[in-house]
Design a protein around this ligand. Structure first.
Ligand code: NAD
Length: 299
């Protein structure tokens, strides 16, 4: 396989998880973020995730050493110059991603493959603007990346077959199961997941039950491992909002229309677990339903 050095652009929730997963599998990995504080925090989060795993017997000291050896945080896109594959994990906003790919195209040698971790943007549109559409794919990971085995992989018409074959080999080498999806907004999982998550928000807006009880209903009644409102907090309120807006614009179907409460939560900075508050309020002692503040926000 010609892919051995990976560059990850964005060290937020997904970028940190992707960088961790690549480094753990033995790939030399560079991760960058435009915000140095977030970069430092993202790298710290990777090691505290591993340390917690070691305490629980789910990770080993050897994994920690492998990640320490293979992972480097860098502060400029220019430092990704030797990479064979760049995985972009910056916010779900077309222009932010387009700017990154255009910059990367100017910096990186022609052999480097570009991948986007977008949840809902069309890969062909990003590829077109990247200046190297024959070496462009979608690799959609799931959160938390070190744990979740699925990746949706998207080949567009312009992607060279040998590039796609390399990418599939790489995905298997990092221990993930690829499914090959068409380049359609939301791919498979978000087409199914987004209406479900938005319906849970609508259920709360209609005061069908409390935050905790809506989650409990789904866990105990449907056997899902996590409730939908907890899941939104984990994914990020703004990411769910951006994804549903993009899908609504594409499909013009009411099930993708983001409920007003999500927008109001974004405006307040209640982005979910990463900001300490969303449908739940998070503290060192656990999470409690944020019902009162959310109810006030709906007025
Ligand atoms: P996030 O906000 O946690 O992280 C994005 C990071 O990108 C931030 O740290 C930000 O500082 C950084 N960034 C912004 N502009 C940049 C630039 N020009 N150069 C370098 N870094 C820059 O978001 P996230 O949840 O990690 O989502 C990232 C992408 O992954 C989105 O496209 C999202 O749709 C997709 N995704 C998210 C999930 C999820 O569960 N959150 C799942 C699958 C895919």
């Amino acid at each position: 396989m010609s892919i051995s050095k990976i560059g990850v652009a964005g060290c937020g929730l997904m970028g940190a998880g992707i960088a961790h997963t690549c480094a753990r599998a033995g790939f030399t990995t560079f991760v960058t973020d435009k915000n140095q504080e977030i970069l430092g925090k993202g790298i710290n989060r990777i090691f505290s995730f591993i340390d917690k795993g070691i305490e629980k017997g789910k990770a080993t000291l050897e994994e920690r050493r492998t990640v320490e050896k293979n992972l480097t945080g860098v502060d400029k896109l220019e430092e990704l110059i030797d990479c064979d594959l760049i995985i972009e994990a910056v916010p779900e906003v077309f222009q932010i991603k387009a700017d990154i790919f255009q910059n990367l195209n100017n910096i990186l040698p022609a052999r480097c493959i570009f991948a986007s971790n977008t949840s809902s943007l069309k890969i062909s549109n990003l590829a077109e603007i990247s200046g190297r559409k024959d070496k462009f794919v979608g690799i959609h990971f799931f959160n938390p990346v070190p744990v979740m085995n699925l990746t949706e992989v998207i080949k567009i018409e312009a992607t060279k077959p040998e590039v796609f074959a390399e990418v599939l080999t790489f995905i298997k080498a990092i221990g993930k199961t690829p499914i090959v999806c068409q380049d359609s907004t939301g791919f498979v999982v978000n087409r199914l997941l987004t209406p479900y998550l938005l319906d849970a928000v609508r259920a709360f807006e209609a005061r069908l039950a409390s935050v905790t009880d809506i989650d409990t209903a789904v866990k105990l009644g449907l056997g899902y491992p996590m409730g939908p409102l907890t899941l939104i907090d984990y994914v990020g309120v703004e990411t769910v909002h951006h994804t549903s807006e993009i899908m609504e614009n594409e499909y013009h179907l009411p099930q993708y229309c983001p409920p007003a409460l999500l927008r109001r939560m974004m405006d307040k900075g209640w982005l979910g677990k990463k900001s300490g508050k969303g449908f739940y309020v998070y503290s060192s002692t656990g999470a409690v339903g944020n019902d009162d503040e959310l109810t006030a926000l709906m007025k």
